[in-house]
Design a protein around this ligand. Structure first.
Ligand code: SRM
Ligand code: SF4
Length: 562
């Protein structure tokens, strides 16, 4: 192994295919934590060690170890689960988690606040429900996204099938997960990882499939993207994209967000070979020295797109045809009841920041549990942290509607901007958070909504996304307004996404506190209200009026600010 590789590479290489000393760490009753190496290996099994940051300082003063607990993220390709599975997820969130379930921007769910001793029973119980957490996190392919909207039933079913197949094809082959959590027999030897090798990928890897005209999966922000091409109802192939990613480090101009490039069109039967080829090129050419520069976007910048594409074609044994023309018109969800082509109904519910819990104001968790008890279709988590109750027969619609009404799930009072906006988790669980996001966003949005209403632009459905740090978990760099945590109560203001996920935004003002942010938006909203063209989006307006320059080549010009 190259002596310069980063520590994670050594940990992976010495982990015996992701076993590490996890069994020992989990069994150690003296501490709530894992060994340092195991905190990295655990990610491949779907869980992260965290500590409650609200009480971190207080515990330090009292000479107590941090209040450790774990976040577990499931693998749920395309975000689909059955009502029976939902009931188990709900029960585990209440019994072994912190009383909530978190729907994520990658169409799956997380539990927070799991104590070390509860990890094994929790993993066993989700597996009994036929859900696993393999590759929920770690340097492998993550949960595969696809459009969850069952409106175009035939096409969606086919695309969802591909999301599952890609996810399964790119799963690690190690038996470590079964051995440690499901009491599977230890492997005698001769184990291998045909796709990943023993050091897996240099970094996380993300895949999504979009069905135009909806870009709800933000397909251009993924390492690997597939845009479904259909002849109406049937899939004829995919435009393949590669090299998207959001993560940036504040003030490090060698890091940048990037939208994926188009490689070309392929037939459905070539999908797995192409997915595997993109993964193995990244495995072999990705940066294993600097994790900050290890995502596929940097590999493509280093190799050049033509050389990268040629290498993928060679490994996959395919020749990319010119991409088909496609058009995206939105990046968000559509809410309320809609009738599918098959005559069944689906109900898309707005879930504020994806957090499912019961509060004094809203019995959301209980309401969804009640729906799961009577629903016969499925549940679909959207890539915008919302939830679809799908496949409701006409005869059940009134009943489900009544339960949703009774629990306040159909308030229908949210502004178009609120419905279009998302926040990452941030404090108190996320160790990377520099500022609040999920806990603060509802209040901040209220102020922004008042501002929008005062300028008569409240129907503009401006896409606003906030994150507690520049890692970009709510994909803020493709929002019309992106707010990126800089420090407690301070955010960078980014402007210029196009509302369809096809354009990066750019930094407009740095390190604003709430008053400065609201004042800045006040001026921007006023100009937009007075000077916008008919149907012009806010993000398009700020670009046309020269308030921010569009990003042409992020590797070179993302950090150019006037
Ligand atoms: Fe993320 C790390 C939460 C989607 C980019 N992300 C984290 C961690 C695990 C913090 C950590 O390193 O310990 C966060 C856990 C917080 C918590 O307490 O739950 C976290 N990320 C999330 C979720 C839950 C945000 C949400 O509010 O929904 C999303 C879970 C997705 C899933 O189900 O798999 C989530 N993260 C994303 C996305 C959006 C996406 O994938 O579509 C991105 C940007 C796209 C990308 O990857 O480029 C994203 N997360 C990151 C990064 C920056 C990666 C980079 O290339 O620089 C990190 C930090 C890292 O990897 O070192 C990170
Ligand atoms: Fe944590 Fe940053 Fe991701 Fe928000 S964007 S969840 S603060 S890593």
């Amino acid at each position: 192994m190259d002596s310069k590789v980063n520590t994670n590479e050594i940990i992976k290489a010495e982990s015996r295919y992701l076993r590490g000393t996890l069994k020992k760490s989990i069994a150690d009753p003296v501490t709530g934590t894992l060994s340092t190496e195991d905190t990295q290996i655990s990610k491949f099994h779907g869980f992260y060690e965290q500590d409650d940051r609200d009480v971190r300082q207080q515990r330090q003063v009292s000479f107590l170890e941090p209040f450790y607990s774990f976040m577990l993220r499931a693998r749920l390709p395309g975000g689909v689960c059955t009502p029976r599975q939902w009931l188990i997820i709900d029960a585990l969130g209440r019994e072994l988690g912190n009383g909530s379930i978190r729907l994520t921007t990658r169409q799956t769910f997380q539990f927070h606040g799991i104590l070390k001793k509860h990890l094994k029973p929790l993993i066993q119980r989700i597996n009994q429900a036929m859900i696993d957490s393999i590759g929920g996190c770690g340097d492998v392919n993550r949960n595969v996204l696809c459009n969850p909207n069952p409106e175009q039933s035939g096409l969606h079913t086919e695309v969802h099938h591909w999301a599952k197949r890609i996810s399964e094809h790119l799963l690690p082959r190690t038996r470590a997960y079964h051995e440690i959590w499901l009491d599977g027999k230890p492997v005698a030897g001769g184990e291998s990882e045909p796709i990943y090798g023993e050091t897996y990928l240099p970094r996380k890897f993300k895949t999504a499939i979009a069905i135009p005209p909806h870009n709800d999966v933000d397909v251009y922000t993924n390492d690997l993207g597939f845009v479904a091409i259909s002849n109406g109802e049937q899939l004829v192939g995919f435009n393949v994209l590669a090299g998207g990613g959001m993560g940036v480090t504040h003030d490090d101009t060698t890091t940048f967000p990037r939208l994926a490039d188009e490689l070309g069109f392929i037939k459905p039967e070539q999908t797995l070979a192409v997915a595997e080829a993109v993964v193995t090129v990244q495995r072999d050419f990705g940066n294993r020295i600097s994790r900050r520069h290890a995502r596929l976007k940097y590999t493509i910048e280093k190799m050049g797109l033509a050389a990268f594409t040629a290498e993928v074609e060679k490994r996959a044994g395919v020749h990319f045809e010119p991409p088909h023309t496609t058009q995206f018109t939105s990046q968000g969800d559509r809410f309320g009841w809609v009738r599918n082509k098959d005559g069944n109904w689906h109900l898309t519910l707005y879930i504020e920041n994806g957090r499912v819990s019961d509060t004094p104001e809203l019995s959301l968790m209980s309401g969804l549990r009640r729906i799961a008890e009577i629903h016969q279709g499925d549940f679909r988590i959207t890539p915008n942290q919302n939830l679809i109750i799908a496949g409701v027969p006409e005869a059940h619609k009134d009943l489900i509607d009544a339960v949703a009404q009774q629990h306040g799930l159909l308030q229908n009072t949210e502004s178009t901007t609120r419905l279009a906006s998302i926040a990452c988790v941030a404090l108190p669980t996320c160790p990377q958070a520099m500022a609040e996001a999920e806990r603060y966003f509802p209040d901040l949005l209220q102020k922004i909504e008042h501002l929008a209403a005062s300028h008569g632009i409240d129907e503009s459905a401006i896409v606003i996304r906030i994150t507690g740090c520049p890692n970009g978990c709510a994909r803020p760099y493709v929002a019309e307004i992106g707010l990126i945590g800089k420090g407690p109560g301070r955010y960078n203001l980014q402007l210029g996404g196009d509302g369809t996920g096809r354009r990066l935004n750019r930094l407009y003002r740095k390190n604003l506190n709430e008053t400065e942010l609201i004042d800045t938006l006040d001026t921007l909203f006023q100009d937009y209200a007075l000077q916008r063209k008919q149907n012009e989006r806010f993000g398009d307006f700020v670009i046309r009026s020269g308030l921010v320059k569009p990003v042409i080549n992020p590797a070179e010009d993302y950090h150019d600010i006037d």
